[in-house]
Design a protein around this ligand. Sequence first.
Ligand code: ATP
Length: 366
Amino acid sequence: MAQVILDKVNKVYPNGFHAVKDADFVIEDKEFLVLLGPSGCGKTTTLRMIAGLEDITEGTIKIDQKVVNDVEPKDRDIAMVFQNYALYPHMTVYDNMAFGLKLRKTPKDEIERRVRNAAKILGIDHLLDRKPKQLSGGQRQRVALGRAIVRDPKVFLFDEPLSNLDAKLRVQMRAELKKLQKRLEATVAYVTHDQVEAMTMADKIVIMNEGVIQQVGGAFDVYNNPANIFVAGFIGTPPMNFLNVKVTRDNGIWFKAEGISIKVPEDKVSLLENYIDKDIIFGVRPEDIYDKNFFEGADESNILNTMVDVVEPLGSETLLHLTINGQSMTAKVSPQTRAESGQNFEVAIDLKMIHAFDKETEQAIF
Ligand code: ATP
């Protein structure tokens, strides 16, 4: 069992900067949890507090029901893998992987067994005699992983471990890491600012901004039911479109603005009771906007007449950068779509997929 609980954890650095504010979440046993957010949001600080490399200003961290606030990093039974791998350049791969076990006075034959086993799992058993500088980036990454695996820790902590790899290798290692985690039944906390990495690997995502947790949920959850404008705009590429509209009542409830008229589906109407005649933010993802001609059921409730700014064909799909009376919008449409910059273009919106946000609090209405 390895469960990690953060209870109202705060970090105020000595210079007074409040980097993490009331962080509350649980990493369940065998769970792959990703801390996701833009640069500087407090992800690494949070991870380092779990590792014991950073003091906790307020709150508690428990590992397996035991408060570890004052437990030394070496006694927490965790292994951390860093972005820069932190390998010892003068040692062989074998010695790099064995180093932590030697420090712990593990018997020699036990070290040998664990290093060879981890090397085999990672496919680096033929590299054990090499020095780090004789390895590729991906191989170094595996050695850093191997060094964590041989420790057989309760919890693995990863700080952007794939960010130094090229795009192709990153995609490959992403899948390998996830498989490895399942095979080892490891409990993992993984820091990244890459939302695709988070979505593809995580059982649970903790989204942070400016030191504050914005939402905790599965990939499906944070994509489909974002808690606020920050999460809605951070998850998904290209990001969700946000348009300023007014909620009006006229034979049903509508979102209206100059050139915009969208009918709110019946099942959402009651949620807008307190917003009639008020301004809100209407959200729709690029993938939920269609060429009118390819959308079944296109009618006056869901069609927008836009102006095409730029057409970006990507092969499997085409991105259209559109404007409606000065408000910008991106649509991800079928490559069969014929649209030209400078021309009018009618799109249909999938009303089942629309979002609405309170303009003041930026929290989701739906
Ligand atoms: P990145 O993805 O860029 O690593 P991050 O989300 O991991 O970002 P942290 O490294 O946790 O962010 O830093 C959070 C904030 O705390 C940043 O604004 C950073 O400048 C600040 N910070 C980090 N270390 C210290 C320190 N020792 N003293 C003061 N402020 C710090």
